[in-house]
Design a binder for this molecule. Sequence first.
Ligand code: ADP
Length: 394
Amino acid sequence: MAGKDNKGLLINLLFVIVLVLIIIYYLLSKEYLVIIIIGIIAISILLVILTAIYYTERQHKKLLVDMAHILYDKAVALENAQKEATGGIAEGNALIPIEKPDISFSDVAGMKSVKEDIKKAIVYPFEHPSLYKLYGKKIGEGILLYGPPGCGKTYIARAAAGECGASFLNLKISDILSKWVGESEKNIRAAFSAAMKNAPTILFFDEIDAIGSKRGESLEGHTKRLVNELLIQLDGLEGPKEKVLTLAATNAPWSVDSALRRPGRFSKLLFVPPPDFHAREEIFRIHTKNKPIESKIDFKELAKLTEGYSAADITQICDEAADIPLREAIKGKKPRKISINDFKQVMKLRRSSLPSWIRSAERELRKGMEDDIFDELTRIIKEFKGFDTKKNNP
Ligand code: ADP
């Protein structure tokens, strides 16, 4: 580039010199020689100045382009930082939703045996990797949580990460399929890579049934490639398994691809049931902890009234009960605490969301599946039928 600039300058100078020589040749003997020479010198100076301006501008342009590049890089870095601040890690073009959960098992009501199993498979290996190595214990068997929607599968997986200070990466398969169209496989790789970078990490696959083939139906095109990529990545975790542990969840266990349930993948199945009486009482307590409630509220009565409700239904009831005194206060009434009547009023309108899931589980059971999920599903359907169906059915 510099060589080219010098060449241009040289040509201009040569042009000026030749011009001067020609003019001198014609006008040497004439009387206005001095004036003409001064004129020529002035023109030469002007030409040199113009040339200098021209090259300075080119340099200036280059500087501007360099600055634009730097600014662009800064903008991309800022955008990525913003994505991370809003709950994600930017990995290539994908926004990987990675978090550091601030809840632990003490925030999860009930589910005693599920907590114990997750502790054994995930929490203890993360907390004591060297002990596991010393005693030759195998780490990294993926867990598949299954059960009705809104009963705490995602919540307990997040709490498990909080329990041992791990990062939590929640990958909703439907998001991968819809938002990442055409880039799904690349984004799965990006997700595993982000999980490694932020290790220890719990990698959580929600709605894992969305990439499953239903009972032997063959997968096609894009979905097949996605399942393959997921399996490659899962199997590839073989080495660093003590750093990234996997959990998956489904509301439709009967639809999960059998390839995903092989040893080394999600071979351990854990049922996450609807909350029992004590769990419901505890959920009311947990989700009103930071709300102004009347001291005489009887959580046992609320638990009795919500038989057959999911944990998410109860969380919603707590939220909506708070809206009643809030609306009154906004309209000018004196702010008051949330009363048991506020909860009861909301419950009149909000029924359990579980009956439709129970019906589809029942349909699946009628198909005569021979599976280890059979017993749990049969038990829960039976239990549900014992509830006051008039109250629970929408
Ligand atoms: P799922 O993944 O099974 O569909 P979630 O884990 O998303 O359900 O649960 C929905 C919400 O219900 C959670 O965000 C949480 O507020 C509440 N919740 C679920 N299970 C519990 C629990 N055991 N204790 C307290 N809150 C719970």
